[in-house]
Design a protein around this ligand. Structure first.
Ligand code: NAD
Length: 271
């Protein structure tokens, strides 16, 4: 398999190059952001743009910046090259462009490529479907390294979307992010987000369901970015031979989509 890596000199790009090689695949090459001043891994062919890289690749892995998403979607759709997309911070318009590309090419788009997070996303949806939203307040806390440019993290938003799906609502309608000042009481059914930034934390996420007399917490801690790079290479391997479509890491891992559980009766201690 020939795997191309866009933004190959980034934190994830460099790790992806080493994981692609370790998995025994050919690195078709990479691209650098013009003027980034970063050095690519030695011995890897560099291409001036994504279109020329895509022409030499069976799959392109992309962990870059949200501002590239729409252009990358158009280029990869035209090239007919499979796409593993891990970039976070995409807007609704960016995601619409990604979904459009997936009508023509096979595409895995995941907020987090670590297997543990993939399972937590599935659990989050099931818990949210079973727990009455009026009694169990959903809050998501995440912490990342000081260089991270978007908040809340893609994984935190993915967790929020999973909870919203389980509750049969749209995240946009119930999201409360970054409380400050006189916010008033918590709106019933809200999904809350808090983002911490500091040091070199690779990625920590906790999803809480807080009720009057009990609390459930699901926590994932990534200690090494290799968890993401490894998952992305696995996704690239799985994508080869798939028909066009927008796939998730659950598809890559061969896990069934969560079945809808029965909702538990309302909490007696609910106000
Ligand atoms: P980074 O800043 O170290 O790397 C991003 C790289 O992309 C940089 O080298 C930058 O020069 C390059 N780039 C930007 N625009 C480009 C362009 N137009 N063409 C080519 N290269 C371009 O960041 P990072 O820590 O590697 O993270 C990259 C992205 O991946 C972020 O959005 C981050 O949130 C996301 N991420 C996702 C996962 C996941 O599992 N889905 C895991 C880690 C990081």
């Amino acid at each position: 398999m020939r795997i191309g890596i866009v933004g190959i000199a980034g934190r994830m790009g460099l790790l992806l190059a080493s994981e692609v090689a370790a998995a025994g695949h050919a690195i078709a090459g990479g691209t650098l952001r013009p003027g980034s001043g970063k050095l690519p891994p030695p011995g890897v062919p560099m291409f001036p743009d994504l279109a020329t890289l895509a022409a030499q690749s069976d799959v392109v892995i992309d962990f870059t910046h949200a501002s590239t998403a729409q252009a990358h979607a158009e280029t990869l759709q035209q090239a007919g090259t499979a796409w593993v997309l891990g970039t976070s911070g995409l807007s609704a318009a960016d995601e619409a462009a990604v979904a459009q590309a997936a009508t023509q090419i096979p595409l895995v788009y995941a907020p987090n490529f670590a297997p543990g997070v993939t399972l937590i996303l599935a659990l989050a949806e099931q818990l949210a479907a079973a727990l009455p939203a009026g009694s169990y307040d959903a809050e998501i806390v995440e912490m990342h390294h000081r260089q991270k440019v978007d908040a809340p993290s893609g994984t935190a938003i993915g967790l929020g979307r999973a909870v919203a799906r389980g509750r049969g609502v749209r995240l946009e309608d119930v999201m409360v992010s970054g409380r400050d000042g006189h916010t008033g009481p918590r709106p019933p059914g809200a999904i809350g987000f808090a983002a911490l930034r500091g040091g070199q934390v690779v990625g920590e996420h906790t999803l809480l369901f807080a009720a009057g007399d009990e609390q459930i917490a699901l926590t994932h801690r990534a200690f090494d970015r290799r968890a993401f790079a490894n998952g992305a290479v696995r996704a690239a391997e799985w994508l080869a031979g798939q028909p066009p479509g927008l796939y998730s890491m659950l598809d890559v891992l061969g896990m069934p989509r969560p079945a809808a559980p029965r909702r538990i009766p309302p909490h007696p201690a609910a106000p």
